[in-house]
Design a protein around this ligand. Structure first.
Ligand code: FMN
Length: 370
């Protein structure tokens, strides 16, 4: 099945830039799970949970957000790609994922203003001086021009490590208010130099990362960009995000991933009642494959996303509870039970007790959770 043709969830997809074939339309979206070691090395548990979903037939498997510098961590137990010591376990994971026929992506990120001092031991950094709730009143300092150039290189170095380890590509985490997102937002990026100002300036950090990764990895290495279309608190608005999608479709990237949280929500405006998926697909159509993610549970939900114009459907929570979810999608009536789940159900789905504990903090997911 060629890119741009209308499709079913079980159809393969040929990525237009590289010719790489995805076996179906399903994507396991990035999920932090706190199962990595203190030094950022992948644990057996973290590999196990991802390999289980790859065996469950997901077309793309994305790792948890994984840090490109040691002191940009957002959580304890976060996976890292900041050092060569992390390469051996990354290699083991990539090799096992490849055996299943899944395409593997490592999600590269830096927490920026969401990298707490009590975890990293240093004052957090951002595009400008920022803070947010939960940071105990600690404000970031703005990166200097030289530090931004170094940060771009840290993203490229991390991608090179993933490439060496055998990953098919990386997903740049430009969503959910982390560092790349902080550069994109006009509230969090108030710089007056070349890295701020209009969208061209605010997206320069992301675009330079893309260019550097392209230069330092092979042409077939995939680059996916994940964005949040609207975060008003950061100054990220739909019109800019659509313009960003247009800019990205001119670059050598492979997929745009929009994080919608709820794909069924219509854009709330008198002039426009289309879904985000529809709006973005009209911009990217026939130029850049699109993943859309958020609140998909049943086969019908997933087909809706595809029918709205996405090429691929991303899922997170249903993939936690049902590792074999993609295998059932040929039956459009497939509608698995929704949360809350018992601890036993989740342990049997190859989550470790640490991950189950983390999921207790996600409202309504675990029977005795929040
Ligand atoms: C436990 C958990 C951890 C998550 N961690 C990440 C992450 O590391 N990076 C990211 O981009 N999104 C992360 N997300 C967001 C998901 O990728 C996804 O966008 C969101 O959960 C909505 O999809 P869903 O309704 O299918 O769960 C996380 C979600 C969950 C449930």
């Amino acid at each position: 099945m060629l890119f741009g043709e209308k499709m079913n969830l079980t159809d393969a997809l040929v990525l237009p830039r590289t010719g790489k074939v995805l076996k179906n339309r399903t994507v396991l979206a990035a999920m932090t799970n706190k199962q990595s070691h203190e030094n950022g090395i992948l644990s057996e548990e973290e590999k196990k949970w991802l390999i289980r979903r790859a065996k469950g037939d997901f077309g793309i498997i994305t790792t948890a957000a994984t840090n490109v510098t040691e002191n940009g961590r957002g959580w304890v137990g976060e996976m890292g790609v900041w050092g060569d010591h992390q390469i051996p376990e990354l290699t083991n994971l990539a090799r096992e994922l490849k055996k299943t026929g899944a395409v593997s992506l490592a999600q590269l990120f830096h927490g920026g203003m969401r990298a707490p001092k009590h975890i990293n031991g240093v004052q957090p950094i951002s595009a400008s001086i920022n803070t947010e709730p939960g940071m105990n009143g600690v404000y970031t300092r703005a990166l200097s021009h030289e530090e931004i150039v170094e940060m771009v290189q840290s993203f490229a170095d991390a991608a090179v490590r993933c490439h060496k380890a055998g990953f098919d590509g990386v997903e740049l985490h430009g969503a959910h208010s982390y560092l790349i997102c902080q550069f994109l937002g006009m509230v969090t990026n108030r710089r007056e130099d070349d890295w701020g100002g209009d969208l061209e300036g605010r997206s320069r950090f992301l675009r330079e990362i893309i260019t550097s990764i392209r230069e330092q990895t092979s042409p077939d290495f995939l680059i996916v960009v994940r964005i949040s279309p609207i975060i008003e608190k950061l100054g990220i608005y739909l019109e800019d995000s659509l313009q960003l999608a247009r800019m990205l479709s001119e670059l050598e990237i492979d997929i745009l991933h929009i994080s919608c949280w709820n794909v069924f929500q219509k854009v709330d405006s008198d002039l426009d009642s289309r879904s985000l998926t529809k709006i973005f697909s009209e911009v990217t159509d026939n130029r850049l494959p699109l993943i859309s993610t958020g609140a998909v549970w049943s086969a019908k939900d997933a087909q809706y996303v595809i029918d709205e114009g996405a090429d691929l459907v991303g899922v997170a929570r249903v993939g936690i509870a049902y590792p074999d979810w993609p295998k059932y999608l040929s039956d459009i009536s497939y509608s698995p039970e929704k949360p809350p789940f018992s601890e036993r159900h989740l342990l049997e789905a190859d989550l470790s007790p640490v991950f189950v504990e983390y999921m207790r903090a996600w409202k309504g997911f675990v029977i005795d959770g929040k």
